[in-house]
Each structure stands twice: as structure tokens, then as C-alpha cells.
Design a protein around this ligand. Structure first.
Ligand SMILES: [Zn+2]
Length: 347
């Protein structure tokens, strides 16, 4: 039985992860500090430039997966090797000054500092080091990379336990509401952190809140976000997206309800035309708000009206003449508690 099933069944107090029982964490009122391995401990190279420090607290946590193999080697040596290889990739291939994310958690549950000074500033709780893990969120969001690929498999218990402990400690130090634990795909057109790990985020929020001895307002509530649509997907959301792309001036997407090659080309054209960070044919958290904003401006367009009709049929409810972004999210089935409207300061 999955955690999701347990949750849906309303069982509280204990979730099972891969056969291991974990307390749901309603007892401890203070967040235990995870045993961080600092940069020196895993053998980091010195950064190419001093880290940029901002005198402010982070407001959210962004969950990533490394998209590396789901290794069975749970040793600290393997964890250190992962941290070194990520740092080398980010510095030598991406051209960044240091590891992009603030923290890395191995499948064995070893939690390692990413960018230099991340641990020290987290302990202080009043400043953050600027990362390179999600453009627009590198100052306001702490990035955690979880080792593995969680497209169709859950993270192992050791990783999950450490992830929730690390999130609880970060929330406590920076006074972050656990509802602000989100996924990379909430901001970018990416599958990261994988469908399975992303699907577990509501449970993570609940468990972190439990570790902090508090309740999330609207516990289990979905976080307002956007659907991630990609090649092969079908359904009313795809059909609506095709209409909205047409309303945005991209005629290539015939309204078929199937995310076919023409839709892929249309999404790429939209991404190119709107300056998306990556042109990859994934319609996700970066492009949806742009598409929906365009649709709101062109609310009288026959294709926008068709999109609304398709979505209302799937999820009946009142729709204003000019649907705002929360309305689009509700119509797309991804409405919920709104995210704090905070992004990095302009450079
Ligand atoms: Zn990511």
C-alpha cells in the first residue's frame, strides 16, 4: 500500500515507505538538525568566486531530483562522490561558480552542503547564499537535490526520512511555512523532481508540519500550480492548451486533445516567442502563466472561449468573463492554496 493510498484512506499517525514504518511526526515540536556533511567533508573544490550572500530569509524550499541512476550504494563514499561530480558538472560544464543547489541528499540519506556557506547561513537563520538551481528563485528558495530519478518510483526510506528532516530544519531556521515546499516544475518547464516525488509533496508538507508540531493551513490541500503537459498526454487539459496556443497566435496546434508532434512544435514556438529559459516542448510552470495571461487578455477570442467550455465541462463551476490565473488553475485541476508571490530581486 502506498503512502498516497494511506493518505486517501484518512489514516494518520503512520505512513509506510517501502515497508519501513515511519512516524508521521506529530510528536516532536522542535526540528532536529540533520547531520550535514559540509563542503570540506565531502571534498569540495573551492568556489570560483566568493558566494553571494543576501541578508534575508528564504521563503520556500524547491525540491529537485538529480535524474541520475537509482543506485543501491548507500555509503557515505558514494554520497561524497555524487556531491563532487555534481559540483564538477556545475562548475566545468555549466560555468557556474560552485554547486548550484544548497543541499544534496543521497539515496543513503547523507545530507551534504551544496553551495559553500549554505549550512552556516542556514544555522544563522537570517541570511541566505544565492544558488543556481532555478532562475528567479535562487535567492528566495532553498534548493534541495535528491539523488535519483523519481519518474516512476518512490524515493527510498532513508532519503525520504532525511528529506523531511532537512525540510523541517530549514523551515524552522528561516520560518518558512511548510506549504511553501514546492517542486522545480512549479516554476519551470521541467519534469523535475519526477512525477512520483512531485506527487508526494503534499505528504511531505504534512509530515514536515508534523515534525514542527504545527498544522499546515488546509493540510493535504493541493498547492496552486499548473499541469505539466508533454508528448503523448491526452484529455481536456491538452485540448484546452491547444485552443489557448491558437489564441496566442500559434495556429499549428490543431485542437485534437492529443499532445501530438504538432502540439510539441506549437509549444516550442510559444516557448521561443516568449523567451522561455528552455525550448523543450514541455508545457509546465514557466510557460503556463504566460499562456494563461495571454488568454485572459484575449478572453473574447473564440479559441479562449472554446478552452473554457472544454474545461468547464470537465470541472463545472462559475467562470468570470476574464478568468484570472487562479481561475485557470482551478479549471485545469491544479488550483489550491496560492503560492507566496515572491521572486528574486532584480539584478
Ligand atoms: Zn530540478
Amino acid at each position: 500500500m502506498s503512502r498516497r493510498t494511506l493518505l486517501a484512506g484518512g489514516v494518520t499517525g503512520l505512513f509506510t515507505v517501502g515497508g519501513m514504518a515511519l512516524g508521521a511526526g506529530t510528536a516532536r515540536a522542535t526540528a532536529e538538525r540533520p547531520p550535514f556533511a559540509g563542503c570540506a567533508e565531502w571534498g569540495a573544490r573551492p568556489p570560483a568566486a566568493p558566494p553571494t550572500v543576501h541578508r534575508r530569509r528564504a521563503v520556500r524550499i524547491l525540491v529537485h531530483h538529480t535524474a541520475t541512476p537509482n543506485t543501491a550504494d548507500h555509503s557515505p563514499e558514494a554520497a561524497a562522490g555524487l556531491a563532487r561530480s555534481i559540483q564538477a558538472f556545475h562548475m566545468d560544464r555549466r560555468g557556474w561558480t560552485d554547486t548550484g543547489q544548497h543541499f544534496t541528499i543521497s539515496r543513503g540519506g547523507w545530507v551534504m552542503e551544496g553551495r559553500h556557506r549554505s549550512v552556516e547561513l542556514l544555522d544563522g537563520g537570517t541570511s541566505v547564499v544565492e544558488g543556481s538551481h532555478c532562475t528567479g528563485q535562487n535567492v528566495v528558495a532553498i534548493g534541495i537535490e535528491n539523488e535519483g530519478t523519481y519518474t516512476d518510483t518512490d524515493p527510498p526510506p532513508l532519503l525520504w526520512e532525511r528529506l523531511r528532516q532537512t525540510c523541517a530544519y530549514i523551515c524552522a531556521r528561516y520560518r518558512i511555512n511548510p506549504i511553501e515546499i514546492v517542486g522545480h516544475r512549479d516554476f519551470k518547464n521541467t519534469a523535475c523532481p519526477g512525477d512520483r516525488l512531485y506527487g508526494l509533496l503534499p505528504i511531505l508538507r504534512d509530515e514536515v508540519a508534523g515534525l514542527l508540531g504545527r498544522r499546515v493551513e488546509g493540510a493535504h490541500a493541493a498547492r496552486a500550480t499548473w499541469p505539466l503537459l508533454r508528448g503523448g498526454d491526452t484529455g481536456p487539459e491538452v485540448l484546452a492548451a491547444q485552443h489557448l496556443l491558437r489564441a496566442a497566435g500559434i495556429a499549428e496546434a490543431a485542437p485534437t486533445g492529443v499532445f501530438d508532434p504538432a502540439t510539441d512544435r506549437a509549444v516550442r514556438a510559444f516557448q521561443t516567442g516568449t523567451g522561455a529559459e528552455e525550448v523543450n516542448g514541455l508545457l509546465g510552470g514557466e510557460s503556463w502563466p504566460v499562456l494563461a495571461t495571454t488568454a485572459t487578455r484575449r478572453a473574447g477570442d473564440p479559441d479562449v472561449r472554446a478552452a473554457v467550455r472544454v474545461l468547464v465541462e470537465a470541472r463545472p463551476g462559475p467562470v468570470p468573463a476574464q478568468p484570472d490565473l487562479p481561475t485557470w488553475q482551478r479549471l485545469l485541476g491544479t488550483g489550491g492554496a496560492p503560492m507566496a508571490p515572491v521572486a528574486d530581486p532584480p539584478r
